[in-house]
Ligand binder design. Structure first.
Ligand code: G6P
Length: 489
């Protein structure tokens, strides 16, 4: 075996995302409580062993004093995280404002905010300025930390301005950008006042990735129609410079879920749930409480199903886990009350003294409880109005090896492209169709359930998050080698 000093140094991968995989809460002048969150991106990168990964991002806390910043930087360093400090005003304008009130709804086909057009137009510019400023702050941290040979992988709609800022610092930097949301039709994108600047900035990257081929195609169309550039099968070309554009569908760390099901804690949870809901079929929804998830539409479809199928009324229960998110944005506050109102009405209508048809939880579950819930579910309802990918559908399938339950999946989730063969695909806006699909799923014969489950289980266990990350980064490395060869020719 090689001595350590002879081993080639691993390439460093700098992952830049708005949110670090660790969020901090201040406890004292120089002490912080750190909470790790294992989201899709984190588990994807945990499995990638060939790189030395570092995270750069916001820790979700406002720390403006030097003592605090130093202490948090030190605490995060142990977790290979490097913080970007954003003050309250920037967070409000960049994160709550431009990211979550403008880009997020627009990319999910919900349009630009319309309440007060003039006010929106005026604040639009200041929010976009804050967005650029925030992106520049991320770039400053990356640039301070960057060493020659590192790969920089920027993530999501929060950081569309980052590739340009990074290349301005150093045009040799290897920069990839990946979007976790849909990229909408160019007709939607062109309504955005800053459409041109954002596209040009993303094009500064060497490789641009999306979850589906359709999103990649929409992006290329936006560049050709709005910027007048040339689209090629490889990507977008601007004066001889090619930005490679491709689809890289993400997956999950399926083994982590499959292994968890064997644990005594999870088995115990499963036993409790089975006893609690004995004699009833369990339907499940797990979503962040976000407009794009179509929670009200889903619950209304469930109501229609109960209305039309009295025989099912005391034989089925819908468990809806709604994880609070972006609670400072007014649209999210409105959604919470709307969902509560509908759930209350339906439970009032169809509940009995001993049981209600919908259990609605405004919180997240811990990983073990979630795995148990996935495993005992008969029918999962993923009815997003739009969704970049939707990994809940993947997690459900991974936990269903013994039950072989049914997945009802929105055709507007990226996952419909990969799990469409085994799922029942629905248009979530069509409440009648979703209600009928619930009936079909609950009555589905075992052999059909098994057939459908097996195709999806195979997909979920072979297209993992680790493979996704490794493919993107190796493609980014290759893209740069190819570009160097082209310029030498
Ligand atoms: C989506 C986005 C992520 C984001 C996550 C949670 O999945 O694509 O970038 O981190 O939602 O939202 P939050 O605003 O809490 O970070």
């Amino acid at each position: 075996s090689q001595r350590p000093e002879e081993r080639p140094r691993k390439q460093r991968l700098l992952v830049v995302a708005n949110r670090l995989p660790v969020s901090a809460v201040r406890e004292g002048e120089d002490s912080f409580h750190l909470e790790i969150s294992v989201g899709g991106l984190v588990s994807a990168l945990l499995g990638v062993k060939e790189f030395e990964t570092r995270w750069i991002g916001w820790a979700g806390v406002n720390v403006s004093d030097g003592v605090g910043q130093k202490a948090l930087t030190k605490a995060l360093a142990e977790m290979r995280c490097i913080p970007v400090f954003l003050d309250e005003q920037i967070v409000n304008q960049y994160y709550n404002g431009y990211c979550n009130n403008i880009l997020w709804p627009l990319f999910h086909y919900l349009g630009l905010p319309q309440e007060d057009r003039l006010a929106t137009t005026r604040s639009f510019q200041s929010q976009f300025d804050a967005y650029k400023k925030a992106n520049q702050m991320f770039a400053d941290v990356v640039n301070r930390y960057y060493k020659e040979g590192d790969v920089v992988w920027c993530h999501d709609y929060h950081l569309m301005f980052l590739p340009k800022c990074l290349k301005e610092y150093n045009d040799k930097m290897k920069v990839g950008w990946f979007l976790h949301t849909p990229f909408p039709s160019s007709e939607i994108h062109r309504t955005l006042p800053s459409r041109t600047e954002l596209l040009r900035s993303v094009l500064a990257a060497d490789l641009v990735g999306f979850h589906t081929y359709d999103y990649a195609r929409h992006f290329v169309s936006a560049c050709t129609r709005i910027l007048g550039l040339e689209g090629t099968p490889e990507g977008v070309e601007d004066q001889g410079k090619l930005t490679r554009v491709a689809a890289f569908p993400i997956g999950i760390d399926s083994d982590r879920f499959i292994r968890a099901l064997e644990l005594p804690e999870v088995q115990e949870h499963m036993k409790e749930l089975k006893e609690r809901f004995a004699g009833r079929k369990v339907m499940l929804g797990v979503d962040r409480l976000d407009m794009i998830k179509g929670i009200p539409q889903k619950i209304l479809a469930f109501e229609k199903f109960l209305e039309e199928n009295p025989r099912w009324r005391d034989k089925v229960v819908l468990l809806q886990i709604a994880v609070p998110t972006r609670t400072n944005v007014p649209d999210y506050q409105k959604l919470t009350s709307q969902v509560h109102e509908i759930v209350g009405r339906i439970n009032g209508r169809f509940g009995t003294l001993t049981a209600v048809p919908i259990h609605h939880l405004d919180r997240s579950l811990d990983f073990y409880a979630l795995c148990a819930l996935y495993a005992v579910t008969d029918v999962a309802l993923v009815t997003s109005l739009r969704d970049g990918m939707n990994l809940v559908s993947y997690e459900f399938v991974a936990c269903q090896a013994s039950k072989k339950g049914v997945l009802i999946l929105s055709e507007f989730a990226g996952a419909a492209q990969s799990l469409g063969a085994g799922a029942i695909l629905v248009n979530p806006w069509n409440v009648t169709e979703v209600a009928a699909s619930i009936g079909y799923a609950l009555d589905m014969p075992a052999d059909e359930r098994e057939k459908r489950h097996l195709v999806n289980f195979k997909h979920v266990t072979t297209h993992t998050s680790q493979e996704w990350a490794a493919t993107f980064v190796s493609e980014l490395n290759d893209t740069i080698v190819e570009a160097q060869l082209r310029t030498r020719q």
